[in-house]
Design a protein around this ligand. Structure first.
Ligand SMILES: Nc1ncnc2c1ncn2[C@@H]1O[C@H](COP(=O)(O)OP(=O)(O)OP(=O)(O)O)[C@@H](O)[C@H]1O
Ligand SMILES: [Mg+2]
Length: 234
């Protein structure tokens, strides 16, 4: 579904992504792992068209992505939940959710989607009419994911969704990812919570200094303490 070939990206003169090759098959959960500064966020941002200078090829469902502006990537069914959650202050939880469908051709289905999302996220359903930024950090992360799901993306890129969130909510979140996968959403996940991420993933790639240094089946990497220690310690 997503194929990345010889991807490079630069911030000014800093060459942060150096010739990445990887792919995500339809229906998979794939995790990108690696230490702080390895280039995980930059990889997701480059796929979404948010890094100014890049080269290589990214194909999504047969479409050449790098030639397209970011909003076209959204319309092709690709969603991105960045590390910073960007919940809009002064808007309620409901209004924040509505934003997720506003730019979509399917905005006529707004009420039906709010119903569907409320079933999936009971915590949000109870809080639809309070200010989005009055939610706890974990709830705001759920809201950011729920907002991205409003447009029924075929694939979602998630950057450290469990960061700073209490264990109970992290568990809830990982169960949610498994359910999203079961419903047909393909997921590319960036996570520091390596063990938990691998336990729900099909495969994983390890990044170090802008390069992929290892990849494999999630269960194999989960059993490989040496690799985890070498490349995934914070
Ligand atoms: N806007 C920017 N301008 C210049 N350099 C940047 C910018 N964003 C990131 N970098 C640099 O690019 C490299 C990769 O950063 P990136 O944020 O992709 O890492 P990461 O793997 O997501 O790390 P973390 O686990 O800390 O989130 C780092 O050296 C970082 O300092
Ligand atoms: Mg990052």
């Amino acid at each position: 579904m997503l194929k990345v070939e010889q991807l490079n990206a630069w911030y000014d003169h800093s060459h942060v992504i150096q010739g990445l090759d990887f792919e995500v098959q339809r229906g998979e959960i794939v995790t990108l792992m690696g230490r702080n500064g390895a280039g995980k966020t930059s990889t997701l941002r480059t796929i979404m068209g948010l890094v100014g200078k890049c080269s290589g090829k990214v194909t999504f469902d047969g479409h050449d992505l790098l030639a397209r502006p970011p909003h076209e990537r959204f319309h092709l069914g690709l969603a991105y939940v960045p590390e910073e959650r960007r919940i809009v202050a002064g808007l309620t939880v409901l209004e924040n959710l509505q934003l997720g469908l506003l730019a979509s051709e399917r905005r006529g289905e707004m009420d039906a989607m709010i119903d569907e999302i409320s079933q999936t996220f009971p915590r949000l359903k109870e809080r639809l009419h309070q200010d989005g930024t009055s939610l706890s950090g974990g709830e705001q992360q759920m809201l950011a994911i729920a907002r991205a799901m409003m447009a029924k993306p075929r694939m979602i890129l998630l950057d450290e969704p469990s960061e700073g969130i209490m264990p109970l909510l992290v568990e809830e979140m990982f169960h949610l990812f498994t359910r999203m996968k079961a419903q047909g959403t393909t997921i590319l996940l960036v996570e520091q919570n390596v063990e938990r991420a691998l336990s729900i993933s099909d495969r994983a790639y390890i990044l170090d200094q802008g390069k992929i240094v290892h990849h494999g089946v999630a269960a194999e990497l989960l059993a490989n303490a040496e690799i985890q220690e070498k490349y995934c310690a914070v």
